[in-house]
Design a protein around this ligand. Structure first.
Ligand SMILES: NC(=O)c1ccc[n+]([C@@H]2O[C@H](COP(=O)([O-])OP(=O)(O)OC[C@H]3O[C@@H](n4cnc5c(N)ncnc54)[C@H](O)[C@@H]3O)[C@@H](O)[C@H]2O)c1
Length: 286
């Protein structure tokens, strides 16, 4: 039997945008899930969010009311890290801060069992750097979900320098059990998708000014001429201008290619609060 088949209880630390989505995916896949947040209020907010999305799934006929109830019953939330003691697999999705993630890893190692695998959902930090804080870094891997986690199928399973084959395969198979479509990759800046997508979207934005083209026409060019399912401006609005600028800065800091630096125009949009869909206006109005 594979290691992932033995995973019965999952821990998710940090129930923000990503963590709540990951916890939802876990309970929907039939796994007992313990979510940890820093306050009772944030625990409650995450539970309400998950309940809301599951209820929407029922309305849309994607799951039955009984399946929703069963999924919610598998979710426990807590502010106490020691309640993750019985978890075979833990995904951390706390704020993107190296020291916070390293401290958390040390605390987690003190509460979980010998064989538990510890995964980080970091987008831009080095998994190897995070793992260095662990007493047993071989059990640490990256597990990079995409936003929104319940919707997007891809998970990048990241092999850090000292990750064991067993930990990587456990994460890969668990992702499949969650109904995802994982890939394996090394721990390099931006992993696979962001390494390609970030400079590419930045090029698209630079073309707006260089070619004197409107956002509407740029999106038309890439959807009608190259068959992209969504235009680059609409995609940046969906990702969030602030999130994209932050990711560009991180990638540029790590690899230094000029194309990776956020274009002036995006930095200005971020400063003016034109963040895309979430603020009602970015390249387009919503
Ligand atoms: N948002 C995205 O598009 C996206 C996509 C992929 C990966 N990520 C990565 O996922 C991680 C989380 O991002 P997010 O967008 O969900 O952030 P978020 O700010 O929405 O959520 C982070 C949550 O972690 C909680 N938290 C902080 N310290 C904690 C601790 N010690 N224990 C428990 N909870 C704690 C915070 O209260 C907050 O609710 C980051 O590493 C980020 O890089 C984000």
């Amino acid at each position: 039997m594979s290691a992932a088949a033995n995973v019965t209880r999952v821990g998710v630390v940090g129930l923000g945008t990503m963590g709540a989505g990951i916890a939802q995916v876990c309970v929907q896949a039939g796994l007992e899930t313990v979510g940890r947040e820093v306050s009772d209020e944030l625990c409650e907010r995450a539970r309400e969010r998950i309940a809301h999305y599951l209820a929407r799934g029922v309305e849309k006929g994607r799951l039955s009311a009984a399946e929703r109830d069963a999924a919610l019953a598998r979710l426990t939330t807590t502010t106490r890290l020691d309640e993750l003691a019985g978890c075979d697999f833990v995904v951390e999705a706390v704020v993107e801060d190296l020291e916070i993630k390293r401290d958390l890893l040390r605390e987690l190692e003190a509460v979980v069992g010998e064989r538990a695998v510890l995964a980080t959902n970091t987008s831009a930090l080095s998994v190897t750097e995070i793992a260095r804080a662990a007493e047993r870094p071989e059990r640490v891997v990256g597990m990079h979900f995409f936003n929104p986690a319940p919707v997007l199928p891809l998970v990048e399973v990241v092999r850090a320098e000292l990750s064991s084959e067993d930990a990587v395969e456990t994460a890969y198979e668990l992702a499949e059990r969650l109904g995802k479509e994982p890939i394996r990759c090394n721990d390099t800046p931006g992993f696979v998708v962001n390494r390609i997508l970030i400079p590419l979207l930045n090029d698209c934005v630079r073309v707006l000014d260089e070619a004197g083209v409107t956002p509407e026409d740029l999106d038309k060019a890439m959807t009608r001429g190259v068959n992209w399912p969504i235009g680059p401006c609409a995609l940046i609005d969906l990702i969030g201008v602030d999130v994209h600028v932050h990711a560009s800065e991180a990638l540029h800091g790590a690899l230094g290619e000029a194309r990776m630096a956020p274009p002036e125009r995006l930095v200005r949009m971020r400063d003016e609060g034109l963040l895309g869909r979430k603020s009602g206006r970015g390249f387009f109005s919503y």
